[in-house]
Design a protein. Sequence first.
Length: 458
Amino acid sequence: MKVSIILAAGEGTRMKSKIPKVLHKVCGKPILEYVIDASIGAQVQKNVVIVGHGGDEVRDYFKGKGLIFENQPIGQGAPYGTGFAVMQGLKHVDDESTVVILCGDTPLIRKETINRLFAYHNEGNYSCTVLTAILDDPTGYGRIIRDEVGNISKIVEDKDATEEERQVREINAGIYCFTGKMLKQGLSKIDDDNAQGEFYLTDAVEILKNEGYNVGAYVIEDPVETHGINNRVQLAFSEKVMRQRINEFHMLNGVTIINPETTYIEDGVIIGRDTIIYPNTYLEGATTIGEDCEIRSNTRIVDSRIGDGVCIESSLIEESSVGDGTKIGPNAHLRPKSNLGKNIKIGNFVEVKNSTLGDNAKAGHLAYIGDAFIGKNTNIGCGVIFANYNGKDKQITKVGDHVFIGSNSNLVAPVNIHDWAYIAAGSTITKDVEEASLSIARAEQVNKLNWVDKKGLR
Ligand code: UD1
Ligand code: CA
């Protein structure tokens, strides 16, 4: 049985934040979730997450994901350190288990790497295998110390290292594979006699080695995967790497991204082939975009479903759905629960909220459509306002098929405009309009001839 112990109890002091470190987001997803997903992706059956600082928040976030949580006691005088953290998960480890230990603050780790670590561990018949990386700047990391024949003999923390040991560029990624029995045996002998007064997990490696067990070190191909997050500069670095990975994934799937550097796509967004994404766009949350779309600059789409062949220009779309062939923008805003049919046109400065629009409907300019049902082939003129709020309640407006609403009209809810009705420009409609009728609801025009001369104004 493969078991993971994922360390996520640390305080994350250097983040200077109210939010637990591992819940800070990279490309829209908490740091810790990437680690958990990599572990699940590597077919680890049992995932044990060690929580402490902000533990309740972390548990809450991951509710229903099938994880096991263990609390590390935190506070004045409580023991501390990665070794002590791992001990909290040992009750879920059998002697025969293969245990992978992961850090909750290294989101760039890939499931393929965890699988390679398992394979290396098994093939070498090691009691413990450490994942290592060669870095140009190893500052801050534990260093891998090898013996004369090149085998790993111990790990020295940066703060405990001698000047000579500090020169070593091979570092401990903080990811390990242990056989269950060896992990328990190694941990039973560690102490906190070091520069930080912590129980170091890394000491278990040296202990096993000294007891004559076979200890391995697997050097990772791409060191960026070991990048840990301790502060917000490192958070931004992980974001950058992850953004590039996500964008490359979509490009290799047939999506054109004009400038990946300025295209922000969150993890989990789905995009169809031959869609073109222009610079400075944000695609967030549970968003799906179809094929052959154009998502033009300065657009943000959140938790929305966009059909095929849709063109969106500098607009904000939230929790809405958009049918095939529809055109939106520039500068439109679909607020939550806007459901647009096919081949619709929502133009400049049009705001839609909690409304359904049938196929071929049009609202080209400067309109507010709220709490409405609008039929097919209906035209909403420039400047039309759906007055849905009487200061107390929100009310519904229904507009049928083939309706023409003249410019600058107000539809005061609740009101029904039936199929084929015409509303004259500038009307304020407060009563229902029957099918195929013209409604004019404005003061009649009066022209006073020669008024200017009579007044002597010219
Ligand atoms: C650790 C390693 C170091 C390695 C580095 C890689 C030790 C002693 N050092 O150092 O060799 O190069 O990771 O990133 O293991 N945590 C707990 N409970 C604790 C302490 C830590 O859950 O009591 C968690 C933290 O939340 C974090 C992880 O363990 O997710 C690593 O802890 P951190 O303090 O960041 O260790 P490093 O100093 O980075
Ligand atoms: Ca760290």
